[in-house]
Design a protein around this ligand. Sequence first.
Ligand code: BES
Ligand code: MN
Length: 457
Amino acid sequence: MTDVRDIAIHYAHQNRDRFLADLKDFVRIPSISTLEEYKPEVLRAALWLADHLRSIGIENVEVMPTEGHPVVYGEWLKRPGAPTVLIYGHYDVQPPDPVEEWQSPPFEPVVRQDQLFGRGASDMKGQVMAVVSAVEAALKTDRMPVNVKFLIEGEEEIGSAHLEDFVKKHARKLKADVCLNTDAGMIGADLPSITYGLRGLAYMEVRVYGPSKDLHSGLFGGVVHNPAQALAELIAGMHDKNGRVTLPGFYEKARRPSRREREEYKRLPTNDKFFLSHTGVPKLWGEPNYTPAERVSLRPTLEVNGMLSGWTAPGGKTIIPAYAMAKISCRLVPDQRPADVFKQMKAYLKAKAPKTIRWEVIEMHSSEPVIVDLAHPAVNAMADGLERVWGKRPVFHREGGSIGAVIYLQKYTRVDSVLTGFGLPDDGIHSPNEHLHLPTWQRGIDTVIHFLFNLEK
Ligand code: BES
Ligand code: MN
């Protein structure tokens, strides 16, 4: 007798081209959440997704307003007694800049070899559509194994600022047995993974002010401390020679990786060579007492995301700029708190900033570090799904990125997340020429079908 899940998988295979066409339509919408002028496009993506969910039979679909970008909600609850899966995703994307580095326009998705190129193809419109397509296939069998709810937000890439209030307010509506979150990626096309931890984030701007206006560098160079230089000196002092962050108290609450965890990490294929080939740097950098795989997920870090000061257009202009700014973010591990890290940055500047300049820290957004419970039965349902499709057990690891929603769902609805995904480390997420590996994506759809049927009671 054919298993119902095989009917669903057959349907998914039959509909591959159309699933891809749907994904391309979604990627065409430039839903860049961080840029005010793209607000109508962000809304258009929400409306597109809502329509699509309705078209596959999801009920009570709503585009629900927040103080920022809206949340797309929908549900299918016609299997009373069966488990309910809350499907998390985000429909917003990062800016495509630098646009001139794209081989094809970021919002005109194209397939080259077996990759779909476009901003959001991997992070995370492709992941959202993998799950939506799997749900469509399961619904088509008329033996949908579980109930589902969708929570697809439009502000993940800007720190999920308004999602906390949303989850708090709609905690009952969002109640489920588990959340499926496919925003965490996988380690390699031949190595499925389940993520049990995410780093948190504290994002800030450090602003340094010098003279009251830009000055002629010939008339004043030598008597004025250049703010660009002062900022560079301050930034240079934020790490010691060993790549350790020097903000006072930064490591105090940072949980040390357990011996067992470090033992497990030895099995990961992410060695020096992996990081060299995925980054193109001539040599790796960072804390010598930890392996690269440990440094990008089990250890906290401080990064400069961007700097701005003075004359940067073509040609020369001899000035001492009045102002310099750096965007700085720290990735945090349990049990660090973003609020403490903002304080530590201010304490560092208070102690180290010279009297020659004035400074200010703008706290932008933050996200708490997360650990999820691997003993949840849905983790097994996913591990089995991945194993059936890839032919090998997934590895369990922590990821370096951040996803705000996970903690809000734990905190306000007591729903824990299964974190996985079908995006690969070399998809170029947040980079030019972002792409999605289509064979992996298609395996992802099959995996989610197995996951849903594995949950059936
Ligand atoms: N999908 C990523 C997060 C991610 C990437 C998790 C790789 C695990 C592995 C997500 O869209 C993202 O980039 N999030 C931001 C959140 C931040 C703005 C609060 C991030 O991590 O920079
Ligand atoms: Mn993402």
